[in-house]
Design a protein around this ligand. Structure first.
Ligand code: FE
Length: 255
């Protein structure tokens, strides 16, 4: 299994704090059947700045440790950039990293409770650079939960999305689990990833989520998620079913 979203690099964001943390996370990942992790430190989220060169060096260092410790896991470079106005300029200046440096896919994170007005324009600008934006954990964005059509419109324009394994297993609550299911059913999401930060509250849960997806939606859906994760790290085209609008809730009243 490939995990596209993980805060396994130590000491650079709110994920692993020490190399020991990173190695413990690595062992946990392997125990869940993960063989490849894209390390995606936060960038420009108001607290952390992690530019391309630093991330690439840290990934190399962690891979060396993993070899020394005989942990069968490969780390690839990535980045989780908060959506910000200068992202294109910074990409052109070599500060922004595409996932596994294929020059194809860019992770973008929205603020937790809103979708900035410039999002659509920025998505267009990213696409004009030949990149495909992947919105991470849309299921945890308050504004999108309120108005899923915003996401529908973005996906219709070619944006991909990644949901969090632990959202599906219910660790962010019922509302977020339900919205995650809405997104799968409306073809508004294309891959799952852990967004693991540690081994306590923000663990991987990839195996649990995979089993849940298989039982709820069947192996075809699970394989689609797996194959898209592989496509992302190889820079191939992802599979994308025709998106639909999320069905509006029916009001149940007693008359
Ligand atoms: Fe993250």
């Amino acid at each position: 299994m490939i995990d596209l979203h993980c805060h396994i690099l130590h000491g650079i964001d709110d994920g692993a704090q020490t190399i020991e943390d990173s190695l413990h996370m690595a062992k946990q990942a392997v125990s869940e059947g993960i063989h490849t992790i894209v390390a995606t430190p936060h960038h420009q989220n108001g607290k952390y700045i992690n530019e391309k060169n630093e991330i690439v060096q840290q990934v190399e260092r962690l891979n060396t440790y993993l070899l020394q410790e005989n942990i069968p896991l490969t780390i690839l470079p990535g980045q989780e950039s908060r959506i910000y106005g200068e992202i294109i300029k910074d990409y052109q200046n070599g500060k922004i990293l595409t996932l596994n440096q294929t020059g194809k896919y860019l992770f973008i994170e929205l603020p937790s409770s809103q979708v900035p007005k410039f999002t659509e324009k920025l998505v267009y600008d990213i696409q004009s650079e030949g990149l495909t934006p992947i919105i991470v954990h849309p299921e945890r964005n308050g504004r999108l939960i309120e108005d899923p059509d915003i996401l529908y419109n973005l996906v219709n324009k070619g944006v991909l999305t990644q949901i969090t394994a632990s959202s599906l297993t219910g660790r962010f609550g019922k509302k977020i689990k339900k919205f995650s299911m809405d997104l799968i059913e409306a073809n508004l999401t294309h891959m799952i990833a852990s967004d693991a930060h540690n081994l306590s509250g923000r663990n991987f849960y990839m195996q649990e989520a995979s089993e849940w997806v298989a039982s709820e939606y069947g192996m075809d859906t699970l394989y689609m998620f797996y194959e898209n994760a592989e496509a992302v790290i190889k820079g191939y085209v992802c599979f994308q079913d025709t998106p639909h609008q999320v069905k509006k809730k029916k009001f149940l009243g007693i008359f």
